[in-house]
Design a binder for this molecule. Structure first.
Ligand code: NAD
Ligand code: GLY
Length: 371
């Protein structure tokens, strides 16, 4: 049986552990029993994940004598809605929860964000546990306590910070994840390296393909290192008053591309982040902040691994630079009307700035859209 790797996220009384390894769901009963205040929980999952991993979780909970009731939502971004949240809370309230009744999210970032927001609001807050089953959720969304839903005005505009009591990242669940989803999660992993860990980037450049190709030890190592990176940032800046903004590397451009693409299959979030990170490096290089060779190195690794690194041309024709610039201007990270850009001085050295002339961004967008 493989070792369980443990990452501590230090947040005073709300501190918790992130467990990473193989075969963890089967072994989760004891760990869950140790953090839950009462022996009852609701498991929120989706229709794709439920048949694959709910039986193993149910066995683990039975073994620890934790009562459980599963609530299964449709897969996909549409489940992060007011309607689905209401249906979920209604179902939970019918089951007469107590303050100690825990909510366990078993699934990707959609299930985690939705179930986490339900946990933040049910009876004004109940214990929450994340069991992420996508790479994106294991390296990013399950860690740090951001929960929420989408509205007609945009993504993640309604939500709450609600930290989990425990995160259980079983890398075996990634065996059934479609390759495209795996790569989209890998983009967020690379993001953590690019913003503050040159050594991790060098490791990924050498071992990333093996980690994605079935080397479980390499994959566990990468997930663990990525979680350590995020845990360190979140413990210093839980509410994104400063350093946590660095986690948005690639997101300012990425969100503009996702909005233009309509948040669907055309461009997955991680794919948009991969392109957005290349754009952030290109902008940094064009402003003389970072060596062009570093930007080229980042693009080469993402290309090699199979992620998109250039803005795609949609069937409806090219997007306009001004259209993307306008979207950036409406980003939720805008302060006093000025967008926040995460730029770099090199691989592993990101910083946030609002001091970027719109002309420089428009030129970059024009070049990126023409490439
Ligand atoms: P997702 O949850 O939609 O999962 C992607 C697809 O994979 C779904 O169809 C799902 O059913 C399926 N799936 C999940 N696990 C599987 C498995 N093991 N095997 C086979 N199929 C599986 O998408 P995601 O990429 O995990 O998460 C995206 C969401 O995460 C977005 O809503 C985004 O806003 C959010 N997010 C949140 C944070 C945060 O800090 N809270 C950070 C980044 C992203
Ligand atoms: N995914 C960005 C954050 O958690 O802050």
């Amino acid at each position: 049986m493989s070792e369980i790797e443990r990452v501590d996220l230090a947040l005073g009384q709300r501190s918790y552990q992130i467990l990473v390894g193989s075969g963890l769901i089967e072994r989760a009963g004891q760990e869950l029993g140790a953090v839950l205040t009462t022996k009852r929980c609701f498991v929120v999952t989706d229709e794709t994940v439920a048949p694959r991993y709910l039986p193993a979780l149910a066995r683990a909970l039975d073994g620890a004598e934790i009562g459980h009731h599963a609530l299964v939502v449709p897969p996909g971004e549409h489940s992060k809605s007011f309607g689905q949240l209401q249906a979920l809370l209604d179902d939970m309230l019918e089951l007469e929860p107590e303050r100690g009744t825990a909510i366990i999210a078993l699934g990707g970032g959609v299930v985690g964000d939705l179930a986490g927001f339900a946990a933040a609001t049910l009876l004004r807050g109940v214990p929450f546990v994340q069991i992420p089953t996508t790479l994106l959720a294991q390296v990013d969304s399950s860690v740090g306590g951001k929960t929420g839903i989408n509205t007609t005005q945009g993504k993640n505009l309604v939500g709450a910070f609600h930290q989990p009591k425990l995160v259980v990242s079983d890398v075996d669940t990634l065996d059934s994840l479609p390759r495209r989803q795996l790569l989209a999660g890998y983009a967020e992993l690379v993001k953590h390296a690019l913003l503050g860990d040159r050594e991790l980037f060098d490791w990924l450049a050498k071992n990333g393909a093996a980690a994605l190709g079935g080397d479980k030890a390499a994959l566990s190592y990468a997930v663990r290192r990525s979680c350590e990176m995020k845990a360190e940032i979140v413990s210093q800046d839980e509410r994104e008053g400063g350093k946590r903004a660095l986690l948005n590397l690639g997101h300012t451009f990425g969100h503009a591309l996702e909005t233009a693409a309509g948040y669907g299959e055309t461009l997955l979030h991680g794919e948009a982040v991969a392109i957005g990170m290349c754009m952030a490096f290109d902008l940094s290089a064009s402003l003389g902040l970072c060596a062009a060779a570093e930007a080229a190195q980042v693009r080469r690794h993402l290309d090699d691994i199979g992620l998109p690194t250039r803005v795609p041309t949609p069937a409806s024709g090219r997007w306009e630079p001004r259209q993307l610039l306008a979207t950036i201007g409406h980003d939720k990270k805008v302060r006093d009307g000025r967008p926040t850009y995460i730029l770099v001085r090199g691989i592993g050295a990101a910083f946030a700035t609002q001091d970027i002339a719109p002309d420089a961004v428009e030129t970059l967008l024009a070049e990126a859209l023409a490439a």
